[in-house]
Design a protein around this ligand. Structure first.
Ligand code: NAD
Ligand code: DAU
Length: 396
């Protein structure tokens, strides 16, 4: 077996004043990352490369474009990460590439996986090839700044997900665990991870990977559980709970997820993978009950609909490695959820725009037959009794 190539120098150089290429920066987590990075006002420059799919939204970056100081350090390029002609020159300018570009919704990957593979596999490959070329130019001394000084190779950070570990009935996934993705979305993300790791082993690129938990917060597209149920409940529309609703997810606030990405970019060990858990494990039923509570809407809105095919029962990750590096999540789930629900209540124009014509087609394809086959969801957000019945609500 061939030994791994010597690693490129570590990413300590990604600090104040760096130029970051943020792929997928107009999406939910990407835009939060960009807003937070530029708000620090430490001279960091950001180029966002985004295809503006149905999920990309320039309104998510209004806080940046409306602030002259931040706007001067920001540039937007509309384009596809799978297009080498666009990617090459942008990577040549960048000190680091942060890849958040992806088709991100599991249900859409079940309806049609092709776009997931194009972005998640071919797109990641195109980015890695550009980073590889720049790393070689750095090695030969051709990569230089405007003043002719040598520039180090760009660092590449791939934003991945806990879904690559598959469904975890018990315990917590550690970074070295085998990958066992079960949806086309998760398989595309796992393929991206493996490609990144192969470029590290084969070409010695300076790469880091983060694997984040289920993320929630402002500006999340209303296709996902929390914004979908919130915006439906605000309109007194039914809430489609898949299967028995006892699937479990670990929730991390978007500001914490974006903060963890920035932290790993600056401090992560080259070649390492870092889990980003949230510490907010809940069943879907608990989430829905809490969300309805905040909105003062009744549980009778909830409908049990046929389950998602291959629905992962539980995700949970061990965060020891990231904690040892010095990072921890700050936002408590209950507070974060209340604030998030309030944000959707107060930002109706934003979510109404996201629920436009494309939304109507998707919503009907995804939910029409499910609602037709639905039944009232049995009450009892928290527990199922040993005989298979439902325990009463905690406050009943
Ligand atoms: P999102 O769907 O809100 O945003 C994705 C962004 O990528 C959009 O702006 C879209 O226009 C852009 N994009 C898609 N394909 C592109 C392409 N080919 N070229 C350029 N841009 C493209 O997704 P998100 O929830 O912000 O997730 C961001 C990343 O974080 C994804 O890689 C996702 O897999 C990962 N992740 C998400 C979560 C979560 O719970 N949302 C959790 C863990 C990891
Ligand atoms: O775990 C990280 C992942 O979290 C990310 O990698 C994905 O990009 C992100 O979309 C999210 O995936 P999930 O499938 O877990 O998220 P979603 O919001 O789609 O669903 C959360 C849970 O809620 C899941 O168990 C399915 C359930 N659900 C979802 C929807 C949209 C419902 O019961 N009804 C619904 O209508």
């Amino acid at each position: 077996m061939t030994a791994d190539r010597a690693p490129a120098p570590s990413g300590a150089r990604v600090g104040p004043g760096s130029h970051l290429l943020v792929c997928g920066g107009a999406g939910f987590i990407g835009s939060c990352f960009v807003r937070e990075i530029l708000a620090v006002r430490d001279r960091t420059r950001v180029t966002v490369l985004d295809k503006l799919t149905y999920a990309g939204n320039l309104a998510n970056l209004a806080a940046v474009t409306n602030d002259p100081e931040q706007a001067a350090r920001y540039r937007f390029v509309r384009g596809d990460i799978a297009d080498p002609a666009i990617v090459g020159p942008l990577v040549a300018e960048a000190d680091a590439v942060i890849d958040l570009a992806a088709e991100s919704h599991v249900d859409r990957s079940i309806l049609d996986p092709s776009a997931f593979l194009l972005t998640g596999v071919l797109g990641v490959h195109v980015l890695l090839e550009a980073v590889r070329r720049e790393s070689e130019r750095a090695m030969t001394g051709e990569r230089r700044d405007a003043d002719g000084r040598r520039r180090p190779a760009p660092r590449f950070l791939q934003v991945s997900t806990d879904e690559v570990y598959g469904s975890i009935e018990e315990g917590r996934s550690a970074e070295a665990d085998p990958l066992a993705p079960r949806s086309p979305y998760a398989a595309a993300k796992a393929a991206g991870d493996l490609l990144v790791q192969s470029y590290r082993a084969t070409y010695g690129l300076d790469v880091v990977i983060t694997r984040g938990a289920n993320t929630y917060g402002p500006y999340q597209h209303p296709e996902k559980l929390i914004p979908l149920f919130t915006t439906n409940a605000l309109q007194d529309l039914p809430l489609p709970l898949y299967g028995d609703g006892f699937q479990r997810r670990d929730w991390v606030h978007v500001a914490d997820h974006a903060g963890a990405i920035a932290f790993v970019l600056a401090h992560g060990k080259s070649g390492e993978v870092y889990n980003v858990p949230g510490g907010g494990e809940r069943t879907n039923r608990e989430i829905v009950a809490e969300l309805l509570d905040v909105l003062r809407k009744p549980w009778t809105l909830v409908r049990s609909v046929p389950d998602r095919p291959g629905h992962d029962r539980r995700y949970a990750m061990d965060g020891t490695r990231l904690a040892a590096l010095g990072w921890r999540a700050r936002v408590q789930f209950d507070e974060g959820l209340e604030e998030t629900v309030a944000w959707y209540r107060d930002n109706e124009a934003w979510w109404r725009a996201a629920r436009g014509p494309e939304w109507d087609d998707y919503y009907s394809t995804q939910y029409r037959e499910r609602f037709a086959a639905s039944v009232a969801a049995p009450p009892g957000p928290a527990t199922r009794t040993a005989d298979g019945g439902w325990a009463p609500d905690r406050d009943e």
